[in-house]
Structures are given as C-alpha cells and as structure tokens.
Design a protein around this ligand. Structure first.
Ligand SMILES: Nc1nc2c(ncn2[C@@H]2O[C@H](COP(=O)(O)OP(=O)(O)OP(=O)(O)O)[C@@H](O)[C@H]2O)c(=O)[nH]1
Length: 324
C-alpha cells in the first residue's frame, strides 16, 4: 500500500512538473529564473528558440557567461530592489532596446536586425518571505517599436515637407518667417551682427509673358539653386513670394552681406536658364538691412530690406542697395 501511495504521489508531482514546463514552453514570452548569483534555474522554449542556447546547457550556470551583451552592472542594479524589497521592476524598450540580443523573427518585413524587448523582473519569494530567486520575463516588442518608429519617421518627413517650398526646395514663407522671428529675438540678446537680404527677379512678368509660365518656373528654380550655392549652410534662405526671395545671414555685417548680394547678382546675370531649346537670361535686384536695435519688431527690419530693394528697382534694377 505504502509503495502504491508513494508511486502515485511521484506520478502526480512529475505530471504537474511536465504540465508546468509545457505551459512555460508554450507561451510567447521569454522566462528566465535566476538566483542572487544569477545562476540560471529556469530557461523556457522561447529563450531556447531565440538564443540557440538549450535549457539543459545553461541551467546551473551563470547567465552572464552565456549572454555577454548584458550590461552586468546595470542588471545587478535593476534587480537589487527585486531581491531586497520584494517588488517587481519593469524596463521598457524605449529605455533600453533589449536585454538579450536576439535576432528578429521577421527579418524580411522588419527594418530592425534585433528584437526590441520589454522586461519585467518579478520576485519569487520562498515561504519565509525571503526573495532568493527572480523571474525575468522577456516580451517581444519589435512590431510595436517598428510601427512607432515608422510613425515618427513619417511625422519627421511631414514636418520637413511643411517647411519647404515645393517649387524651389528652399524654406517657405511661413517657416522662414518663424526662423526670422527667432533670430530677431536672439540677436536682441547676443548683439552679434546679422543681416537680411531680400531679392526679386527683374521684369519677371516679361519672362512669363514671353516664354510661358513653365519657363518662369524654371527661372525661379534656377535662382533658388544659385542662392543655395552662393550662401553658407548656416544662412537661412526662403522663397518669400512668387519671384521674391529672402536670405538671413547670421554673423554678417552690412559690408559682408553686400558681398553675398553682389555674388548672387553676378551669378544670376551670367546664368542662362535652358528651357525647351532656348536660353533665358535674367537679372535680380536686392535690398540689404543689417539688424540694429532701432528695429523693435521683426517686420520693421524686413521692411527696411524691402525699401532698399524698392530703391534698387527704382534706380535701374540689377543692383544691390543697402538700407539707410
Ligand atoms: N512662373 C511663375 N510666375 C510667377 C510665380 N509667382 C508669381 N509669378 C509671376 O511673377 C510676376 C511678378 O511680376 P511683377 O510683380 O510685376 O514684377 P516684375 O515683372 O518682376 O517686375 P519688377 O519686379 O518690377 O522688376 C507676375 O507676372 C506673377 O504672375 C510662380 O510661381 N511661377
């Protein structure tokens, strides 16, 4: 009788063990149980599949011996309150992309080469309340991370598109004005020289009337390209209106701004726009205003450049005029 009772209880315990193992192995979450020395006691199928380390191999060994990518000091620090205070700890992929460097299970559809992971570390307390083991749960968050990254990339692209003029690729008026106002406020504080250049194609209406609107567009695009080439990366160029452009020149006084304006004027004069077997020549007029503290509003400063541009037009065009 005794033998039967004992063998029946062994059967129950063994089948319960198999049942638990089967459960741990069937879920799509990594499960690793370690003690305070980080010796592995449980390592489920998910972990085996993604690491190609078998449970029988790693059990009884140090976790760090098999996963060199784990920042040992960091993990010990994270697990410290789990052991000492019996509280769980969570690490999301936004904080740390992964704990175990696993490849992604979707190498074709995913743009990532590794699995993003959320990590939960749970205390396993013994009967006396002492936490001598912890359970590390590993959740595959690659899909969520990738879709979040896609949305962020798309938002970034939209932001760029919303700032740029479609025809020329320069900043559009709205965004340029935003930058202009920001620089105006900064200049009020740091007092560095800064100039604004406003330029406009001469007799542009005639280009449109003679060669057509498409040819006019080509001229506008060509001038944008010339402006980009003639200015520094740190200069802020924009298309202000139809054939009107603005360039903000940080760290530039009136004299240097005049050199830049003259450079654009000259290259424009020499450039021939090719359109349907014809070549179109054009000139530009420009007005320049260096910032001074009498401009109490950004628009006053821009108006000064606009008035200088008006004078350039009035005095014969193809000229660069400085604001008084
Ligand atoms: N092709 C083209 N033309 C445009 C665009 N935006 C504005 N225009 C034209 O630009 C011309 C501007 O003409 P005006 O303001 O009279 O100036 P202008 O002929 O350049 O004369 P001045 O500036 O006095 O030298 C108008 O004919 C507009 O139709 C554009 O995006 N593409």
């Amino acid at each position: 009788m005794a033998a039967t009772a004992s063998s029946s209880s062994a059967l129950t315990s063994s089948s319960a063990h198999n049942w638990q193992d089967a459960l741990l192995d069937s879920i799509e979450v990594g499960i690793v149980v370690v003690d305070a020395d980080f010796t592995v006691h449980q390592f489920n199928q998910f972990m085996e599949n993604h690491s190609s380390v078998s449970a029988s191999e790693i059990k009884g060994k140090s976790l760090f011996a098999y996963f060199k990518e784990i920042d040992r000091k960091w993990l010990i620090n994270k697990c410290q309150p789990v052991f000492s205070m019996n509280t769980p700890v969570f690490v999301i992929w936004e904080q740390r992309q992964y704990l175990f460097k696993f490849g992604t299970s979707r190498p074709i559809t995913s743009s990532s080469d590794h699995m993003y992971q959320n990590i939960t570390i749970l205390p396993i307390a013994s009967a006396n309340g002492q936490v001598d083991r912890i359970c590390i749960l590993v959740y595959d968050m690659t899909d969520q991370a990738m879709s979040k990254e896609r949305v962020e990339k798309l938002n970034e692209e939209l932001k760029v598109i919303s700032r740029v003029d479609g025809l020329t690729g320069l900043f559009n008026r709205r965004y340029w004005q935003e930058r202009f106002e920001r620089e105006f406020k900064l200049t009020y504080r740091n007092k560095k020289p800064i100039s604004v250049l406003m330029l406009d194609i001469d007799h542009f209406k005639k280009v449109n009337d003679t060669h057509g609107h498409q040819a006019g567009d080509r001229v506008i695009q060509s001038l944008a390209m010339l402006i980009r080439k003639a200015t520094r990366e740190t200069d802020i160029s924009g298309r202000y209106g139809g054939e009107e452009f603005v360039v903000l020149l940080p760290d530039t006084n009136t004299e240097t701004a005049r050199v830049v304006g003259e450079r654009i004027r000259l290259v424009a004069e020499r450039y021939a726009v090719k359109h349907e077997h014809i070549e179109i020549n054009f000139t530009i007029s420009a007005g320049i205003a260096e910032f001074n503290s009498s401009y109490t509003r950004p628009l006053m400063w821009l108006e000064a450049a606009d008035q200088a541009l008006y004078k350039a037009k009035e005095s014969g065009r193809n000229k660069v005029v400085l604001a008084e």
